[in-house]
Design a protein around this ligand. Sequence first.
Ligand code: SME
Length: 173
Amino acid sequence: MSEGGYKNSARMPHKYLLNEFEDYARSAAKAESLMGYVSERIHRHIPRYNWVGFYMLEREAGGDMLVLGPFKGAPTPHTRIPLNQGICGASASAGKTIVVDDVNSDPRYLACSLETKSEIVVPVFANGKVAGELDVDSHSAAAFGAEDRKLCEHAAATVGRFLERRSRPRRIL
Ligand code: SME
């Protein structure tokens, strides 16, 4: 048996995934590899998470922009999202998790795939500011409950702490 003793890894409790992310974060060389790892593991282990990825906030002359980072799932046309657009823009602007049970009834929704029915977007905070976000789409309606929210918020916090450590000047001597 592997995956913390769980024969069927799709049933692995979220805490095992979160511990794995913490372990990976300790030795990851770059935030991109950590985000790629988190996306891949969550996507693989939770079948109703059909698209999992990160957007990072970039300062641009015309205003802040969410730029697509590592993701797992079908390619999306939304590789750059202004803060006043989409569920992604709303979550980053408010600095709050947004859960949408039925994306077709939310006028903010930017469609990635016709199959998507529900979505959760969780901000990644570094040094008290939104640095990016974790976005998950599901082909099932109302796929994201309290446990999903906890998993996504903890995963985003692991990435946030990694970004904070990277931004701190390192002592050489
Ligand atoms: N649906 C998002 C856009 C990103 S895709 O889901 C990957 C939104 O409404 O902001």
